[in-house]
Design a protein around this ligand. Sequence first.
Ligand code: SF4
Ligand code: SF4
Length: 474
Amino acid sequence: MSSNETLLEPNERVLSTLNPDGSRRWLKPKPSPGTFRAARRIVAYLLIVVFSALPWITINGKPAMLLDVVHREFTFFGKTFLPTDTLLLALLLIILFIVIFLVTALFGRVWCGWACPQTVYLEFLYRPIEFLLEGTPGKRKPRKFVGLRKVLRIVIYLVISLHLSQTFISYFVGAHNLADWIWGSPADHPAAFIFVAVTTGLMMFDFTYFREQVCCVVCPYARMQSALLDEDSLIVTYDKNRGEPRGKKRKQTGDVQLPVLGDCIDCTMCVQTCPTGIDIRDGLQLECIGCAQCIDACNTVMDKIGRAPNLIKYSSERVIKGGKAHLIRPRIIIYPLILLVVLGAFVYMLSTKAPADVLLIRGQGNPFTTVVERQEVSNSVTVRVTNRTNAPVTYLLEIVSPEGARIDGFTPMEVDSNANEKRNFRIIAPFAEFDDGEVQAVVRLFDESGSFEIEKPFKLLGPMSMPKPQGDQP
Ligand code: SF4
Ligand code: SF4
């Protein structure tokens, strides 16, 4: 666009972090101490401890959480799910979504303001470091050593981002593995090294530059709000009835009649503290992450001017419009009901899951060979066993039917915990048992201790007829 072309300015605000000319509106939210801030700080530090410690905790000898994408194994609180557990994993995902729907319908964006890693780390780690070294908005530190303090901030950010990305990757490769790799050469584990370097770079970009843009323009959860919230969901709201008409109180002079004002003195403290740069007095907005900083800011103002607190508060749209709160409503009944059904199915499937998955596969090449002298048919078979227990197990195999059949070439299989092994063998059966070129065989697989056994059917293939052995011919 040439410099003399005029920009078309939007009729209304498009985004809280966008100036009318399209440039970024940089936000410098003021900290607002208060009850909610103190509570959020406790929650945030607890979550940081949990996030950092979880990959190191073991339950039943397994990590509390390990998302081993390479081997397609997912461990949650000591229970490992394998690629064959597609249905269980799908149920787990459905449970997660229903919980998100239910929590959002009840408590609005409580996740965003109180527990999302973006908010937790930005508001309670990165930003406090910036305030400590460079001062808070409106109260910047003296200019002495300003450059040095900036560099120090970046160095500290880098160390935290590196730690964060290492913690993040430990959820995928295991904390103990990662600890070993850290002391080795990057050339031994180039993929992990590149992953940590890229993640550290992304975190630096996010927490030093991008910040609130994640919540305002990137996060898909914000976009789902209109569908997930209803008029009774708990949200941060401004009490218009009480606050309006807003304005600064003026002293009565002469006979001029001053307008009757509401409790909002239009000090804009709620706007100045908002980490996404919105004015909650304009109503519920996409960018509001429900962090309650505006509540703390306004309560401090109300306290100073001697008015009742909670001009801005956690409430629902219905209540703020003068209606009655409805806790019981269709979605609050339907979501838990669906959750109960899915959870029940999940628990049932989990508790009835066999300690081993067994699969019999036909061998490659010729489906069968015949031994004319003994009037027998040999089928090549592969057995694949997945051990789902927490210890290595040795498995044995025997044939149940047909009469006179035997197994050849199978040796006991030792399978590690949550690993799978394959073994080729042959089932040799008398031709007399075959009918129309096939017969149903049953194979029993069991473990050495006798605590597990399973019978599997397998169709043996054979010829429609078999020549008699040479000596038997007339
Ligand atoms: S902080 Fe409270 S009084 Fe000040 S502008 Fe916001 S709502 Fe009004
Ligand atoms: S409007 Fe209030 S609750 Fe919403 S993001 Fe801003 S400060 Fe947080």
